[in-house]
Design a protein around this ligand. Sequence first.
Ligand code: DGY
Length: 335
Amino acid sequence: MAEAAPARPRVWVSQPLFDDIVARLDEYFDIDANRSVADHAPDAIAAALRDVDGALVTLNDPVGAAEIARATRLRAIANVGVGYNNLDVPALARAGIVATNTPDVLTETTADFGFALMMAAARRITEAEHWLRAGHWQGWAFRNMLGQDIHGATLGILGMGRIGQGIARRAIGFGMRTLYHNRSRLPDAVERECRARYVDADTLLAQSDHLLLVLPYAPENHHLIDAAALARMKPSATLTNIARGGLIDEAALAEALHAGRLAAAGLDVFEGEPRVDPRLLALPNVVLTPHIASGSLATRRAMVALAVDNLIAALGYGPDAGRPRNPIPVKPTLS
Ligand code: DGY
C-alpha cells in the first residue's frame, strides 16, 4: 500500500492581497485565505490561527498572547506592513513564533504621500475643491483660500527613520529648512545628506511651520501630540500624521483646528480606524485620507511579495529557509 503523503503545513491569509503573489505559497503550504477585508475580532483571529503553521496578517489583525493561546502549531507571523503595533512581539517570541514585517519597500512611496498630504493641508487643496464642487465659486477673488507656503518654510520631522529621511530629502528640493527629533541623533553623514538639524522635541514643536509625524506607535508615545503639545505649535502651522492615529489626541487636535490655534492638518491614520472622529469630519481645515500612504500599486505588491518571502523563509522553506529577511526585533525599536 502506498504511504500517505505527509500533511503539508497550513497558512492563514487574513485578507485579500494579490492572488498572483500569494499563490507562491501554494508551492509549500495549504492556504486558508479570507475572501473579504475585515477588522478581525480576537476570537476570529484565535480561531483562524488555531490550526495553522503560519499567517500573513495586516494591521487589521491584532495578534497577542490571547490570540495565540491555542495555536500550538503556529511558528511564523508575517505582517504585511512596516508598522507592527498590531503584534505583541514579545508574547510571540515567548511562544517561539517568529514575526516579520515589510520595511524598505514602502519608504519612498510613503514619503511621497507624506509630502503630498502636508502640501494639500498647507495649500488647502481638498478644502478648495470641495468648496468649488459645492458651487460656491462666484468669481476670482484675491483673498480666496489663502494657505501656508511650503518653500522656504521650516519642516519638522518627528521620527527620523527611513521614511522621515525620505521626506527630508524631498524637502531639499523645496528649499525648506528641516529640523528633526528622534529617539537618537542620526550620524553626521545622514544629517548632511538630509540637510536636517537635530533639535529637542519642544524646539521642534515651537519652530516647525509644517510638522510631520513619522514615528512608530508604542504605548509610551500614546497621545504624544496632546493639547499641551499643540499649544506649543505656531497657530499658522500644519500637522501631518502618516504614522499611527494613537500618536495624536484627536479631540485636542479638533479643538485646536476649530479654534484657529493650528492652521490645518493632514491625517492618513486615526486612533479608532476606520472610525473617524466626527469633530474632525466636520472641519474644513483637515485633509482626511483612509490610511493609504504606502498605497501605490507597485509598493503594495512589493509589500505582499516581501511578506510572502518572509513567511516562506520563516517556516523553513525556499532559498532563504530559516533566514527571513525582516525578522522583527523582540525589543520594539522606536526610530
Ligand atoms: C505600514 O506599513 O505600517 C502601513 O501603515 C500600512 O501600509
